[in-house]
Design a protein around this ligand. Structure first.
Ligand code: ADP
Length: 411
C-alpha cells in the first residue's frame, strides 16, 4: 500500500473537459489520500505519454473521438507501460467489461456510477494488482534468464563431454595403432627367426666345410685351394653380416630411430672406396667399373646412409649376376642433384614381381637358391627417403637391371 503522504498523480485521458472537471471533483472528495489529476484529451498525445510511466495511475475513457480507449490500453501496454490503466465507460457500454480485462486494463468503471469511495478503492486495488503483476513478470523474466543460463551451461558441459569422448576415441585409435605395430613387430620377429635359421644354414655349412678342407691342405702346392676356401669363408661371413645388418637396419628404420646427420661429402672419393671394398666380394672375373661424370661437387648427406644405399645396391648387383658379368657403377653430378646408378647384366626381375619389389620380405621368383631376406630394397628405399631422394629401376629378365638413386643438392 502506498504511503498516504505521497501525492498520487493520476492522468485522465478524455476528450471531454467536463469529465475532467467532474473526476477532479470526485477525487478531491477522497479524504484518505491526496490525489492530483492531470489531463490529456488526445489519443496520440496519450499514447506518447503513457509508456513513460510518469504517473501512478491512468484513467482512460472508452470513447476518444474516433479512437477507442481499449486500443489505447493495448497500444500503451505494448509500448512498455507498467502502471495500472483503468478504463472508464459510459452508461451504455456495459458489455465491454470483458474486453477491458482482455486488453489489459487493471479495472473498469462506469462513469457517473462511481463515487469517491469507489474510485479510491479501484485506484488502490489497481496499483496493488499491477505491482504484483510486475513482480510476477520480473520473476518470470528472471526465471527465463536462469533457464537460459542453465541451458547454456548444459550445452557447454555437453561440448566438453563430446571433446572428452573424442579425446578418448583418439587415444583408443593410438593404442590400437601401437598394438598393430606391436603385432607387426611380432610377425617380423617370427619371420626373422624363420629366415635367419634358413639363410644362416648355407653360409655356416660353407664356412664349416671350407674350414675343414683348409685344415687338410698342408702341402705348399695347395696354396691356391686354401685361398679359394678362405675366399669362400669370407664371402659366407659377408653374407651373414649383410643379413644381420638388414634386420638391424629395418628394425631401426621402423622405429624411426635411424639417425640422419648430413655432412658435406666428397661423393667421388666415397664411391671409389666403396667400389674397392665391394670388389673383394665379387664373383670370379667379375669387376665393378666405377665412373664419374660432371663436376666433383660435395653433397650434403649422411655418410652412413649413402654408404648403406650403395653397398646394398652393389651387393644385389653382385648377388644377382654371375661370374664374368661386370657391374657398372656411375655417379653423375648435375646442377640440382647427384645421380647414382648401378647396372648389372644378371638375372633381371620378372615383370610379375615388379609391383611387389619394395615390400618387406618379398623376393622375385627367379632367385632360386641365391641367398637373401627380401629386406634390402625396402631398407634402401627408406634410406633414400631420409636423404630426400628418389629411387627407380629398370630391369629385364635374363638381361640385367639398373637401379638409379637421385639425391637433391641442398644449398
Ligand atoms: P634380397 O635380400 O632378397 O636380395 P632385396 O630387398 O635386396 O632382398 O631385393 C628384393 C628382391 O628384388 C630380390 O629378392 C630379387 O628378387 C630382386 N632384386 C633386387 N635387386 C636385384 C638385381 N640387381 N637383379 C635382380 N633381381 C634383383
Amino acid at each position: 500500500m502506498e504511503t498516504s503522504h505521497h501525492v498520487l498523480n493520476i492522468l485522465l485521458v478524455d476528450d471531454d473537459e467536463e469529465d475532467f472537471i467532474l473526476t477532479r471533483d470526485i477525487l478531491s472528495d477522497i479524504p484518505q489520500r491526496k490525489m492530483k489529476l492531470h489531463w490529456i484529451a488526445n489519443y496520440q498525445d496519450a499514447l506518447e505519454e503513457i509508456p513513460r510511466n510518469a504517473y501512478d495511475v491512468y484513467l482512460i475513457d472508452y470513447r476518444l473521438g474516433a479512437e477507442s480507449g481499449l486500443n489505447l490500453i493495448k497500444e500503451s501496454l505494448r509500448e512498455g507501460c507498467t502502471k495500472p490503466l483503468i478504463l472508464l465507460t459510459g452508461q451504455g457500454d456495459l458489455e465491454i467489461d470483458q474486453q477491458a480485462m482482455k486488453a489489459g486494463a487493471a479495472d473498469y468503471m462506469v462513469k457517473g456510477n462511481f463515487n469517491p469511495f469507489h474510485l479510491e478503492r479501484s485506484i488502490r486495488y489497481s496499483i496493488e494488482h499491477t505491482k504484483n503483476l510486475n513482480q510476477i513478470r520480473s520473476l518470470n523474466a528472471d526465471l527465463e534468464k536462469r533457464v537460459e543460463q542453465r541451458t547454456q551451461d548444459l550445452a557447454q558441459a555437453l561440448t566438453k563431454l563430446e571433446q572428452t569422448n573424442q579425446d578418448l576415441k583418439r587415444a583408443e585409435a593410438e593404442i590400437l595403432k601401437a598394438l598393430d605395430k606391436e603385432r607387426e613387430l611380432n610377425v617380423m620377429k617370427t619371420k626373422f627367426v624363420t629366415i635367419a635359421s634358413h639363410e644362416f644354414r648355407t653360409p655356416l655349412s660353407t664356412i664349416l666345410s671350407s674350414a675343414s678342407l683348409i685344415a687338410r691342405y698342408n702341402n705348399p702346392d695347395d696354396t691356391d685351394k686354401r685361398h679359394k676356401h678362405i675366399d669362400r669363408i669370407k664371402s659366407a661371413v659377408h653374407n651373414l653380416t649383410s643379413i644381420l645388418n638388414d634386420f638391424l637396419s629395418i628394425g631401426q628404420l621402423e622405429e624411426g630411430k635411424t639417425a640422419y646427420n648430413p655432412v658435406w661429402l666428397d661423393v667421388v672419393h666415397l664411391s671409389e672406396e666403396i667400389t674397392e671394398e665391394m670388389s673383394t666380394v665379387t664373383k670370379e672375373t667379375q669387376h665393378i667399373l666405377y665412373r664419374h661424370t660432371g663436376p666433383k661437387k660435395e653433397l650434403l648427406v649422411d655418410k652412413q646412409v649413402l654408404k648403406n644405399i650403395l653397398i646394398n645396391l652393389l651387393s644385389n648387383a653382385i648377388k644377382y649376376s654371375g661370374p664374368g658379368q661386370d657391374i657398372a657403377f656411375t655417379t653423375v653430378c648435375t646442377e640440382k642433384e647427384y645421380i647414382f646408378s648401378i647396372t648389372d647384366k644378371g638375372i633381371g626381375i620378372p615383370d610379375v614381381d615388379k609391383p611387389h619389389l619394395f615390400s618387406q620380405f618379398y623376393r622375385a621368383h627367379n632367385v632360386t637358391n641365391i641367398q637373401g631376406t627380401g629386406l634390402g630394397l625396402i631398407i634402401v628405399k627408406k634410406y633414400v627417403e631420409l636423404a630426400q631422394g628418389t629411387i627407380e629401376y629398370t630391369s629385364q629378365e635374363h638381361k640385367g637391371s639398373t637401379f638409379t638413386v637421385k639425391i637433391p643438392m641442398t644449398t
